[in-house]
Design a protein around this ligand. Structure first.
Ligand code: ZN
Ligand code: ZN
Length: 148
């Protein structure tokens, strides 16, 4: 029975075309695997997610390892996160530099605002004479010397 089976398959297995096709399949699979490992490694590195570990997982489990990686990988590139943090820091620094935030709600305000447009807190008072914005604790207007 085994011999008969072998005899039937023999021409198929020794067929050069079948051999070539199966070799190409193996080659394709190897190239795909290497590409997948390399891609995973690069992607994990950019996301700061243990590139060597994930490359090894894909090496061992191939497409299944890659699928697991695609599910659990961090959603953002590290560069993006870093960039956004820098942006927020720059904005905070700008607010600090200008020193113009509402003391009640911490929203940015212009230095001549009389009240905060967000929370309506009184920030400054108007000079009774020249109507310029004055600090609440000033007793005399520095612009026109009028007592408040
Ligand atoms: Zn406010
Ligand atoms: Zn004044």
């Amino acid at each position: 029975m085994d011999d008969l089976f072998g005899e039937l398959l023999d021409p198929v297995l020794n067929n050069p075309v079948v051999n070539l096709v199966s070799n190409l399949c193996v080659l394709f699979f190897v190239v795909l695997s290497v590409a997948l490992i390399f891609w995973t490694w690069r992607d994990a590195e950019r996301r700061g997610a243990m590139p060597w570990f994930w490359a090894l997982v894909v090496l061992l489990f191939n497409i299944f390892g890659w699928m697991v990686y695609m599910v659990v990988r961090p959603p953002e590139y590290t560069d993006d996160v870093h960039e956004r943090e820098l942006e927020i820091k720059a904005k905070e620094a700008e607010i600090l530099r200008n020193g113009q935030t509402c003391p009640a709600c911490f929203k940015p305000v212009e230095k001549d605002y009389l009240i905060c447009p967000s929370c309506m807190k009184k920030l400054r008072k108007e000079c009774v004479n020249c109507n310029r914005a004055l600090n609440l604790d000033w007793t005399v207007c520095p612009f026109c010397k009028t007592k408040q």
